[in-house]
Design a protein around this ligand. Structure first.
Ligand SMILES: Nc1ncnc2c1ncn2[C@@H]1O[C@H](COP(=O)(O)OP(=O)(O)O)[C@@H](O)[C@H]1O
Ligand SMILES: Cc1ncc(COP(=O)(O)O)c(N)n1
Length: 279
């Protein structure tokens, strides 16, 4: 058995098991990597909404980061809900030193509308974390908040966000389309089918974790983005008939991924000619 790459997720928990760390660990394992997880906040949450947010003390987040980064060969990092400017700054310091691909999912608003990051968190993202990210993956609302705009298309916002340093993949734009902008290049659409379902709680976490896992396997960003979108679509189709909870049900993590890349030496920017096509 080949040793899998390690993907570190830094995020909050969702007691309903749909979003946050639960979605991240399921996705990373499903796509053939080992998930290390640093918890930033505990939420009491279900399919209807977020009831309570309990932040983990910053020194406990730091201790978790040190434990993982001093022992495991982390190949990529994904950040989700960070919750406070202090945690954003801490994460920025630690992941800069790690020198691996970093996917920043700037979780600010939950599907249910709950605010999971305030203005101070937004300022910290812009000043500290986006400049060292490989790619950020805000949804349309989060992209507008980060850009300080009330409107704007996913394509334009993705382009604007590259000014902060990273590539930007803005999801859920007009007609549900996703746009990827790489600094110095025109934005391109990451095309994928739209799935009719209300079981979409956790799509953003699943998507950014899939992207980080494909980068950890050594895929180039464009290729990783296409595979991440396809993975979400497969799981949405799988869970579309589920009846779990009274609100927006969880995205599934049950269908074997179409492509599980074979771990290879190499890094970001190299394609993965050894990609293996699944059953
Ligand atoms: N109904 C859907 N059909 C197909 N893809 C979807 C659907 N809903 C979300 N996605 C995809 O899931 C990924 C995460 O996007 P999004 O749902 O916008 O994130 P968030 O959970 O942060 O709002 C994107 O690639 C988006 O296009
Ligand atoms: C702990 C945590 N992290 C992230 C999200 C966002 O996920 P979604 O946009 O699907 O509600 C969430 N609801 N809870």
């Amino acid at each position: 058995m080949t040793t899998p790459p390690v993907v570190l997720t830094i995020a909050g928990t969702d007691s309903g098991g749909a979003a946050g760390i639960a979605a991240d660990v399921a996705t990373i394992g499903h796509l053939g990597a080992h998930a290390a997880c640093v918890v930033t906040a505990v939420t009491a949450q279900d399919t209807l909404g977020v009831r309570v947010v309990h932040p983990v003390p910053v020194e406990v987040v730091a201790a978790q980061l040190d434990a993982v980064l001093e022992d495991l060969p982390v190949a990529a990092v994904k950040t989700g809900m960070l919750g406070s400017p202090e945690v954003v700054e801490l994460v920025a310091r630690r992941v800069r030193a790690a020198g691996v691909p970093v996917v920043v999912d700037p979780v600010l608003v939950a599907t249910s509308g709950a605010v999971l990051g305030d203005e101070a968190v937004v300022r910290a993202y812009l000043a500290h974390l986006l400049p060292l990210a490989t790619v950020c993956t805000p949804n349309l609302d989060e992209a507008r908040v980060l850009c300080g705009r009330r409107s704007g298309t996913a394509r334009d916002l993705a382009s604007q966000l590259t000014a902060y340093g990273p590539a930007a993949l803005v999801t859920g734009g007009d007609d549900g389309r996703d746009w990827l902008a790489v600094p110095g290049h025109r934005p391109v659409e990451v095309a994928h089918p739209s799935v009719a379902t209300t079981n979409d709680h956790g799509t953003g976490c699943t998507h950014s974790s899939a992207l980080a896992t494909h980068l950890a396997h050594g895929l180039a960003l464009g290729e990783a983005a296409g595979l991440a979108a396809a993975y979400v679509v497969d799981q949405l189709v799988a869970g579309s008939g589920w009846h779990l909870g009274r609100g927006r049900g969880p995205v599934a993590h049950t269908v074997a991924p179409g492509i599980v890349p074979v771990p290879r030496a190499g890094g970001l920017g190299q394609s993965c000619p050894g990609a293996r096509y699944g059953p």
